[in-house]
Write a protein of this length. Structure first.
Length: 134
């Protein structure tokens, strides 16, 4: 079993949060560019795959950090935030495939609603993680 040794849980979580902001800003900007036809679907999918990989690395780092009791709630919410963000990335990739295959508008609308739902979710869990810090 792997364990990541963390001695300063405040700084650790702030670092995770800052790296997540960079990843989420990149994916949101790129998705907007895709919707506005400024980048290709292939280019977006490459960006999304890299972002997903980076997000999973953050998830692993949190999951194996062995946070003490007073940090558990905050870490659990941060993990939930990153999982919701992963679902957000996946839905943007589904939308990308719908754009490529000229999917039906009602399907695209449903996927866009899911994208918004997951975005709201990952933001909310992030706020909960911040407010649960000891």
């Amino acid at each position: 079993e792997m364990t990541i040794v963390v001695t300063d849980f405040q700084n650790h979580q702030e670092g995770i949060s800052e790296r997540h902001k960079i990843i989420s800003n990149a994916i949101e900007t790129s998705f907007s560019e895709l919707i506005n036809e400024e980048i290709s679907t292939d280019e977006y999918l490459r960006i999304a795959e890299v972002s997903s990989s980076q997000n999973n690395a953050l998830l692993m780092e949190l999951a194996y950090s062995d946070a003490p009791e007073e940090w558990q709630e905050s870490y659990i919410n941060r993990i939930a935030s990153l999982k919701s963000f992963e679902a957000y990335i996946i839905e943007t990739m589904v939308m990308t495939n719908m754009i490529e295959s000229n999917g039906k508008q009602e399907q695209k609308t449903e996927i866009l609603n899911n994208i918004e739902k997951f975005k709201e979710e990952y933001i909310q869990y992030g706020k909960m993680a911040d407010s649960a810090k000891p």
